[in-house]
Design a protein around this ligand. Sequence first.
Ligand code: KG4
Ligand code: ZN
Length: 353
Amino acid sequence: MIDAAPDRRRLVLGIETSCDETAAAVVDGVWRVRGAAVAVQHDLHETYGGVVPEIASRAHLERMLPVIRQALDAAGATLADLDAIAVGHRPGLIGALLVGTSAAKGLAIGLGVPLIGVDHVHAHLLSGLLVDHDAAPRTSRPLPAIGLVVSGGHTNLYEIEDPTEPRRLGRTIDDAIGEAFDKVGAMLGLPHPGGPGVERLAADGDPEALSLPVANLGRDRLDFSFSGLKTAVRYAALGAPGRDAPPLTDARRADVAASFQRAAIAALRRNLRRTIDRLPEARGLLVGGGVVANAAVRRMLAEEAERGGLDLVVPDLRWCQDNGALIAALGAPGLDADKTDALTLVPSATTRT
Ligand code: KG4
Ligand code: ZN
């Protein structure tokens, strides 16, 4: 369906409220971002060391309409120009999803345009196909492809023939990779979310300083596990039961960050390689999620794509983390294919695939 001739002029508003970003964007039928806005809430959750669902929902409620207004202004569009409203309605924090889904339904009713619910994690896979409003649209889409989403909530591998219906091959059985970055960041005294801080600290450290475990769940499995790695980092940084750790000097913190990052990326690389070996017909590698902002992760992806002869489709840094544009991108083909949702669309905390 994604190759059905898209209507370039169609404008889809994408709404994203799955976690702690309130975001909206206007995207056209060929995935050009006409305008986008996002309000982050990191400061509200800072003192708690993680996202507090109720605080997130209330902040979404306050910010949703101003953010939609900003996205429309940035696009030079009005509500009357919109052809559809796409909303990330799963997975995520249920109270947070309710805010975005309700806003989307209200707009769809008020404007008399279709509502399209999209899976937020699947939407991350399309983030590398987004282009600026004045850029030439990407003409080729390397399908079939392998997909990898590495975010605060997910570490998923996919087989993709139709990007609107990716087939999941592997996932984490405990923590997501971004969550592991965040928890290690907290152990090292970094602000939430810890990923960017851990990356900065790792630049000054020795990645071989600590020998940390890279979980292997079996040769035939493409699933991930990061909880053992997280515990090993805790013991190294803060000490194990009955055993003190060396003093957590700045040099030691950098070594812990670098060693953790190396082990986490090694886990991604191994399962990605297994997937590439398993799907020889794949032509592309579509990646997305906040952790793709990490330069060492991007280097590993480039190396593995080259090794496997795959066309790597990696998002611009602006579109790695949660945003409205990727939601609109996944909604746009639904509009072209008349795959829209009823106003009874129900948000869900979990994903289906
Ligand atoms: O995709 P995203 O915005 O939200 C979810 O859908 O979960 O991803 C957020 C995650 C956080 O865990 C954050 O620490 C991580 O992405 N992240 C990074 C970096 N930038 C963001 N992790 C490692 N290195 C980075 N530079
Ligand atoms: Zn996300």
